[in-house]
Design a protein around this ligand. Structure first.
Ligand code: PEP
Ligand code: MG
Length: 887
């Protein structure tokens, strides 16, 4: 028989027991342990949840036995009995997994009320109205969570009652109104669930426990886990706690506050509360709460006590805290604390401030900021110089600016996003059921709810702009319109929101790039002191190179020269070169390209003075520079029908013939990379000449240039040997023409499995290797990226055939060992060969950890990911492991 302990009193746990007791339970235990005012209770462990999923109902007997014992202890502490008709102990039942999943699973409050105990509660509280209000809320929550009666049925009856009574707020309903409501609610349960509302408190408790276990696997929890990469088998714990009441009158309140501002990181209490309200009212966004600063005026002593506790918790946990509290008749209770979800801006400021306040070391601070999260700081913002009139202003709930078409429901947002439409989700408030819509939207705008409402918390977590509580917005969900000041806006209209200021605009607004400043710059400077991996950028124009340098890039790891060939003014010359019938003709066209390419390289070298710039010679197959054959056929038909000249027709026919002759069954594996250089050496000659001439020019101007010439798609050492010889010859020629000497390196991309296997042979001709993990992933997995992503990869991920998209996170098991082997073989032959990576993986934090582990010299990624890569590289050095999921 299994004798594992399933239930723990708060007095038996601590903060370290998160896996077993869930985050909430572990923290309640910890707070109890350090003497904070926490109402007593107990936790049904995640082990119990997992066993429930294995054994089903047969486990409930064992749970019941331990619950009986724990409940007796709580009764003793509270001096009240569960189910006592005279002075009943009431309970809350809340889920709490090891990883926080706000709002994803269910909560039940006021458990233990029935037709008898409600009278006892009325008696001891001296407030019949309050007791009845608790009862009707309980019936609704229990009905919804346990009996699966949609809460809309209850809401409808409540709304009708309010209308009938002309009440704006629930608090304006009288005892008599509530008595009627309670009976109506019980009636709803009876019709919709085909059973009476249970009157036996212990039945209520055990059924609720079972329902919370079940809610671990409800749809929205499953979706949330998928998005946040939380393993399904963690299970949830359940916290059963004595109720305290924030709705017993004007000396009661309930609220949520952060120990520091979760948007900006400013060191001051930040949150909201409602007087005379219960539990979920604040977070549900139904009544718009007051800012916490007003508590100071209303209840100064309690405010100070709360302020002190929040500081104490922050120092105790060494992290910003998100704290729920209730004030019952002038007594403060802490109901929950957890690490506060924050914006990137706040995360960075708090980490740096904590170092200055002596709470964290620099290394710890660097580990505290999620690399993916700082992407938010690199997003564009509304140009502060733009003179813009806004139509409405709400709360600045999550920073960043976004524009998109107005949509009013989550499904629609998802649908339009799939059609590549940018949307802003506009709702009175959001609930966990809207999560897919928030994922799909550029930003969220709500007319109700505060800074801790669902929309605000979720948007901040996802790094999406959000404006909340924009009360001047009148939303009509049925007609799919909203109005402000008598002007109506409809679904599909474009609006913009600024989550940093709370402003809402009509149409698109001008955006500006972000600068690194203040604490962000400071923490990135620390990363440079810590990390051993270099961080370069992939850039192929001077503007991107400048941006990359500003973001801290230590060089360019990949300059794709084909992007220069695509520009409008060059394409005709490139096409002329491709259409040439002879080498002589081809060289003529290339001569025209030479000065243009030289200018390109000059600009990039100039922007990166003193830092290495790796330029890759032409890689894509030539047909990519020619028009599509089907389009040509159409044009040809049109020319013939409309009486085009013979000359025009002839020219089109030649073009079509060339396009057809260059077409390939599988261009990814076709005539590209160094295979072009072998067959048309004059193309590579021109490029090397352009590079060397640009470098020579800068060098003569006294500027330092560090060129690295890179040959793509090498599979045989002989390919590189030939290309190296060509490069050296041209370089020698240019430098002797210019009368200078200049250091430069020749290296290769390693992007074919064969190249990895024979890396020692290849290393003989290379001063550096740059792993092209985009192609290496394609060629190792046998996937063409575009076909995979467009066709089956999505299904593979959904069906968990593979865990991650291998084009985003490096496939450690399949591609990783090839990289490692090539690195070892390369270094075996040439210990000081420089090793880098320039595939997209160079900007992915988990892949960066891999690059650190196999001792590459640098990663190279897009300019906007450079700060992310710097942080990830420092974290890798500090021992962060890949694939972690955070709380
Ligand atoms: C690669 O293959 O990883 C690479 C950087 O080259 P491209 O993406 O240009 O093929
Ligand atoms: Mg490649």
């Amino acid at each position: 028989m299994d004798i594992e302990k399933l239930v723990y009193l708060f007095t038996e746990g601590n903060a370290q027991m998160k896996q077993l007791l869930g985050g909430k339970g572990a923290n309640l235990s910890e707070m109890t342990g350090i003497g904070l005012p926490v109402p007593p209770g107990f936790i049904i462990s995640t082990t119990a949840c997992n066993q429930y999923y294995q054994k089903g109902d047969s486990l409930m007997e064992a749970v019941q036995a331990e619950v009986d014992e724990a409940l007796a202890a709580v009764e003793l502490m509270q001096g009240k009995k569960f189910g006592d008709p005279n002075n009943p102990l009431l309970l809350s039942v809340r889920s709490g997994a090891a990883v926080s999943m706000p709002g994803m699973m269910d909560t039940i409050l006021n458990l233990g009320l029935n037709d008898q105990t409600v009278k006892g509660l009325a008696e001891v509280s001296g407030d019949e109205r309050f007791a009845l209000d608790c009862y009707r809320r309980f019936i609704q929550m229990y009905g919804d969570v346990v009996l699966k009666v949609d809460h809309a049925f209850f809401e409808r009856v409540l709304e009708r009652k309010k209308e009938e009574k002309g009440a704006r707020d629930d608090t304006q309903l009288t005892s008599e109104d509530l008595k009627v409501l309670v009976e109506q609610y019980k009636g709803i349960v009876k019709t919709k669930a085909s059973r009476e509302f249970p009157q036996e408190p212990m039945d209520q408790l055990m059924e609720s426990i079972r329902a919370v276990f079940d809610s671990w696997n409800n749809q929205r929890a499953i979706v949330y886990r998928k998005i946040h990469k939380i393993p399904d088998q963690l299970g949830t714990a359940i916290n059963v706690q004595a109720m305290v009441f924030g709705n017993l009158g004007e000396d009661c309140a309930t609220g949520v506050a952060f120990s520091r501002d979760p948007s900006t990181g400013e060191s001051k209490l930040y949150g909201e509360f409602l007087v005379n309200a219960q539990g979920e009212d604040v977070v549900a966004g139904i009544r718009t709460p007051l800012p916490i600063s007003q508590l100071e005026g209303l209840m100064p002593e309690l405010y100070n006590q709360f302020h002190d506790i929040s500081r104490r918790l922050e120092t105790h946990y060494r992290d910003i805290q998100d704290i729920e509290f209730t004030i019952e008749k002038g007594r403060l209770f802490i109901l929950q604390t957890r690490g506060g979800k924050r914006t990137a801006r706040s995360a960075v400021k708090v980490a740096v401030d904590f170092v200055k306040e002596g709470i964290l070391t620099r290394d710890e601070a660097v580990m505290r900021v999620e690399p993916e999260q700082i992407d938010q700081l690199l997003h564009r913002q509304i140009d502060p110089k733009a003179q813009l009139d806004f139509i409405a202003k709400g709360l600045p709930a999550s920073p960043g600016a976004a524009s998109g078409k107005v949509v009013f429901n989550a499904d629609e947002a998802e649908k339009m996003n799939q059609q590549d439409e940018k949307v802003i989700l506009v709702r009175p408030e959001t609930t966990p059921d809207d999560i897919h819509g928030i994922v799909a939207a550029q930003g969220v705008l709500t007319s109700r709810g505060g800074m801790t409402s669902h929309a605000a918390v979720v948007a901040r977590g996802m790094g999406k702009p959000c404006v909340c509580g924009c009360e001047s917005l009148n939303i009509d969900l049925e007609k799919e319109v909203f109005s402000v000041d008598n002007v109506t806006y409809s679904k599909g209209d474009i609006i913009s929101i600024d989550g940093g200021t709370g402003r809402v605009f009509v149409g698109e607004v001008p955006l500006i790039d972000i600068q690194l400043s203040g604490e962000f710059r400071e923490i990135l400077e620390w990363t440079d002191e810590i990390k051993s991996l270099g961080v370069r950028a992939n850039a192929d124009n001077p503007q991107d190179a400048k941006k990359a340098r500003e973001f801290g890039a230590e060089g360019i790891g990949l300059c794709r020269t084909e992007h220069m060939f695509m520009a409008q003014d060059r394409l005709p010359i490139v096409q002329e070169m491709i259409l040439s019938e002879s080498e002589v003709e081809r060289r003529k066209a290339l001569d025209k390209l030479l000065p243009i390419q030289q200018e390109d390289f000059y600009g990039i070298f100039e922007a990166m003075q003193g830092l290495p710039v790796t330029i890759r010679l032409l890689d894509p197959p030539l047909h990519e520079f020619l028009p599509d054959s089907e389009e040509l056929v159409e044009e040809l038909v049109k020319l013939k029908l409309t009486g085009g000249s013979l000359e025009e027709i002839r020219a089109k026919q030649i073009l079509l013939k060339k396009v057809k002759s260059l077409s390939e069954f599988n261009p990814m594996l076709g005539h590209r990379g160094c295979r072009l250089g072998i067959v048309y050496p004059e193309i590579y000659e021109m490029q090397v000449r352009a590079i060397c001439q640009a470098a020579a020019k800068l060098s003569k101007e006294g500027k330092e240039v560090v060129p690295e010439i890179m040959i793509p798609l090498v599979g045989h050492a002989e390919e590189l040997r030939i290309m190296r010889e060509l490069t050296q010859q041209v370089a020698l020629q240019v430098f002797s023409e210019q009368g200078i000497t200049l250091d430069y390196k020749i290296g290769t991309m390693i992007e074919l499995p064969r190249a990895c296997v024979v890396a020692d042979q290849i290393a003989e001709h290379a001063e550096f290797f740059s792993f092209g993990t985009n192609d290496l992933t394609q060629t190792t997995l046998g996937y063409s990226r575009d076909d995979a992503e467009g066709k089956f990869l999505h299904e593979y991920l959904a069906k968990k055939v593979i865990g991650e998209n291998p084009f985003i996170t490096l496939d450690r098991e399949g591609v990783g060992p090839l990289v490692q082997m090539a690195a070892e073989k390369g270094r075996g032959l040439k210990p000081d060969i420089k090793l880098g990576i320039c595939g997209e993986h160079g900007g992915d934090p988990d892949s960066i950890i891999f690059c650190h582990e196999v001792n590459l010299n640098y990663v190279s990624c897009s300019p906007f990911r450079v700060p992310i890569a710097r942080l990830a590289a420092a974290q890798a050095k500090l021992g962060k492991k890949a694939g972690g999921y955070g709380d």
